[in-house]
Write a protein that binds this ligand. Sequence first.
Ligand SMILES: *[C@@H]1O[C@H](CO)[C@@H](O)[C@H](O)[C@H]1NC(C)=O
Ligand SMILES: *[C@@H]1O[C@H](CO)[C@@H](O)[C@H](O)[C@H]1NC(C)=O
Ligand SMILES: *[C@@H]1O[C@H](CO)[C@@H](O)[C@H](O)[C@H]1NC(C)=O
Length: 448
Amino acid sequence: MAPFISSPLSLLTFLLLLLLLFLSSAASHHLKLPLLHLNPYPPTPSDALSADNHRLSFLFSASRKHPRPRLPVTSAASFGSGQYLVSLHLGTPPQPLLLIADTGSDLTWVSCSACRRHCSPNSAPFRPRRSATFCPHHCYNPACNLVPHPKNSPHCNRTRLHSTCRYQYSYADGSVTTGFFSTETTSFNATAGKILKFQHFNFGCGFWNSGPSLSGPSFNGGDGVLGLGRGPISFTSQLGRDFGHKFSYCLMDYTLSPPPTSYLLIGAGKSKLSYAPLLVNPLAPTFYYIKIESVSIDDVKLRITPSIWAIDEYGNGGTVVDSGTTLTFLPEPAYRTILAVFERLVKLPESANPVPGFDLCLNVSSGVPRASLPQLSFKLGGGAVFKPPPRNYFLDAAEDVKCLGLQPVTTDSGFAVIGNLMQQGYTFEFDKDRSRLGFTRRGCSAPP
Ligand SMILES: *[C@@H]1O[C@H](CO)[C@@H](O)[C@H](O)[C@H]1NC(C)=O
Ligand SMILES: *[C@@H]1O[C@H](CO)[C@@H](O)[C@H](O)[C@H]1NC(C)=O
Ligand SMILES: *[C@@H]1O[C@H](CO)[C@@H](O)[C@H](O)[C@H]1NC(C)=O
């Protein structure tokens, strides 16, 4: 990695990490995740989406070689956020938006403004009144059953003629978005230089958005959230049926300046991947779970009781792959073991000024010699090994200081999370039909 001091991003990244600390020390240990156990979905949700012609229509004339939507992805580090942003166009004519890529939630929503003609620069980024194709769902529409509704307010008032479908979607840290569940036309640049349009894309037009991860600095640069989860209303579930229920992305190194662009690709991507089976947790149908079989450092398997990685009968535990969480969270006993081994093996002095929130910080003022940072690897269910480079978990936390970017999960109901920084430099392919996660380092390296 290029020396960090010389990079103009260093201060921003420093702020970013302070921000991460602030967020990770908040009541919830995740930056943002949807509330579990709400079970907002009826038993056969995809039927409701296809009922009364709300199934997406694929406007591009079908050809044998389908072009596939290819959406630009960049790190939001230059906005001081630890998120990755996807560029999406919504409405007719198309309005450009930047949405947080989140495999840990299902609802796609955008911050909406009611302005028509006189929109101030500070008004919310999406203006439904300037779109000819915006259409809020009626509350009697079966699609309205797919979203949670505001508490204390009956979502359908039978005495009103025009009652729009109100949604209220909450994240684990208490952040909430409320608005109208609606449909719109969304357009993409696709492979082979084509433009694709999808009609009747279901999304939330969010008029009331609050909470630390929706209004604080972690939301900087974002106009909403792109829900990439496993549930029926997610962006990828809605679009995916025309593309084999597959999508892939590559998250580039967030410290690079200017931030490089990679892509979220809907449909089949690369071949020659390593695969791990995706597990299903009926109590949390949004998440992509993988099984961690064992953890090694410098190819030595650590003594960690395998049962701490399991999903229990109440749906707690397990390991989730989440693009919307920045750091990686591991069960406390595994975290303690990994930390102790790193402390023993690392060949760099510890920093004299530890960074609050991190247990292991190193003084890298004399550089980082090759092989001075131990190499972490995860053996996954199915036998594939995920061996991310040390820069994915030794993060620049202050000038000349790198800290181990892992956090312990301390609550019984918690679960492990492979966060977005740990995923950098890999292409991940989520294949819902074959229930497997593919990954490879090929095709996701930083530009030279
Ligand atoms: C339903 O709407 C009517 C007319 O707007 C209003 O008077 C009534 O209070 C509403 N009922 C509920 C339960 O909100
Ligand atoms: C397609 O790409 C062009 C050139 O990069 C860009 O100007 C345009 O906004 C993109 N359109 C969509 C719908 O993404
Ligand atoms: C790092 O090491 C250098 C040289 O030994 C020292 O001057 C500096 O104060 C140290 N910085 C921290 C944060 O430990």
